[in-house]
Design a protein around this ligand. Sequence first.
Ligand code: BGC
Length: 749
Amino acid sequence: MRNLKLSEDHFDLKKINKYATLMTLGNGYMGIRGTHEEDYPIQKRGLFVAGIYNNSSLEDPEELVNLPDVMGMDLEIDGEVFSSLKGKTISYDRTLHMDRGELTKDVVWEREDGLRLQFTFRRLAAKHDVHVLASKVSIESLNRDVSITLRTGIDAQQTNFGRQHVLEDHVQVHDETYMQGTYTTTRSHQTIGLFSTCTYSKSCDVHFFAKNRQLLSESTAALKKNEPFHMEKLNAVYTSIDQKVDRLTEIGLAKVKQLSEEGYERILQQSENAWEDFWQERRIEIHSSNPMDQQAIDFAQYHLEIMAPKHNPNLSVAAKGLTGEGYKGHVFWDAEIFILPYHLYNDPKAAKQLLEYRYNRLPEARERAKANGHEGAQFPWESARTGKEETPAYAAINIKTGERQKVASALAEHHIVADIAYAVLHHYHVTGDEEFMAARGLTMLEETSKFWLSRTSERDGQLHLLNVIGPDEYTEFIDNNAYTNYMAHYVVKQTLQVLDKFNKLDEEFRKSAKDFLNRLYLPKENADQLIPQDDTFLGKPAIDLSKYKKNQGSQSILLDYSRGEVNEMQILKQADVVMLLYLFPDLFSKEVVEKNFSYYEDKTIHDSSLSKAIHSILAMRCDQEELAYQLFQEACLIDLGPNPHSSDEGIHAASLGSIWLAVFSFLNLSFEQEGIKLNPTLPEAWSSFKLPLHYKGREITVEMNQNTLCIEKVGGDPIDMEIGKQHYQLIDHLEIPLHKDNELHKERT
Ligand code: BGC
């Protein structure tokens, strides 16, 4: 496949953790950070299995556990440890091959005494068999005979920012070959079995030892000049989520034995085949004057794929996927509003599973609603294993006062409840999956709607949603956040319709829902055509934000102003009214959308990575193509840009989802009563474009260049299409020339 690569052409200690994140390998079951085999100061290793969480005390929230490491390796050559911090690097290339899910590093290194060695490191997390991690090291001495020693194994010294989460249960070397480490999390009592074996291209002197929570094998070989040496390390990972604990040993050992028979190349081939199928079916192709556009969408698709736990419907996607410890591996609204749509239009089963994760946690959501004096179900702002609220009570410490700042989101960022219901409806509209709706969706809709009905306060005969936090977290505890009110209204309205359609609407609920819909206050545009973000927002002073906008993503405003002060100004962390406009394109007139987009963009710092691409979509809808493209490119740089620390603690999963959302939204697709409306407006720099999408059992590919728009369909019934005001029926293939006098073309020029 063309150019599906992300490379680093020199060793850079400053960027070591950023690249460890970007070059993560994974398969939805687990993620392994792209750290170097050899150790470096500040390098943060990471192996995460979806669903393995623990907390170190009752007061702490659960966090995704950084598991014992199997990738680290000491390489000693004639008694001296290899490190890029010493000697001279003659050549260097580290590449994430997204086409086959492999990370490689090729280095020619010269020691201070002139000894030259060539190293090749390769590794993969198998796509065809999610329990498998494999690596291969090749070493060749280029100018003299040497002795090499490799030390590697299973290292349980890993922590989450210093917190130790696992106890060593059982450590053993079987048949003087297969290493086993079995661990149990201290409070959640989940068990993890790691199994490793090393094979060598020539006989080595091998011995094993266990100490200080490490089980290591040490192998020594004598190498002749120009005689390549290879070591393969093959690993299997199983946990109590997927296996009975008393069978872990048997299953893990059988797997590593099988792996050592197959060997690295064969494992790679099978994994590569699975990746090839993925890219063949799902790759978006963009021919742009800026090649970064293709790379950014490839990168987004790669990561969206490796973070998706498709093997288990009881798991969801964390804010950092499986790439780092950031946000403690918690699941936010990011999953339903920014990530789920990608799967919905590419692999609807994966989208459904994300909803099942929430469905399975309805009991905790009901309990939480009750505890807070509400009805129905109140999903937590941050969720992990159990479905309980996992938002940390306190965030960063103010080092001047020594006081910790409270995190307010758990108390009032209630829009998550509507976001989840919105995703249930979105799934239904795009898949038409009546079975899921009947079995799970209806309950989710009814319970979340009941939450909203009970969440209101009455004032002068109208219903209000008081004391909330909208998506803009720089404005806390306000009344009638436009995004929240409109979302709640939409969800309750749709719930009524769907319950009715499925004959499940009971009279009492109908009455109270109708009353809610009639009386809920929905902020309208004022005389200046502005939709107030909340009851007081537009009355607050505005300041010049250019300094902070230049530093976006860093939250530098909080160095100059306290949270309380920021709260009293017109300052947005991220899209809020703009988020509302994005989700509901027909709610307001184009004029109102334009007015609000420019007003609110001006006041948005984009300190959250969830903001930029959504603004890009809005800019495109407002015919500001140049700005849309600029915002799109800036969104692409959130992870891939030059900031050396932007992704140290993990990938920006929602941002990657929103990069896809932007590309998808440029097609201007809408689905109406079984028909599809399409009106693409692509950035000027894109000369051609291809995007696959799934809609109600049909696989559709939209392809466009300057002269033609082509739409292919495989599977499902023919479908009506409205393209640039013309009507067509898509049976299997449509080809529309883009003439100068054609509506579509006019809209593009
Ligand atoms: C954003 C939230 C987001 C969370 C996790 C926060 O900084 O404000 O909207 O859900 O990060 O990505």
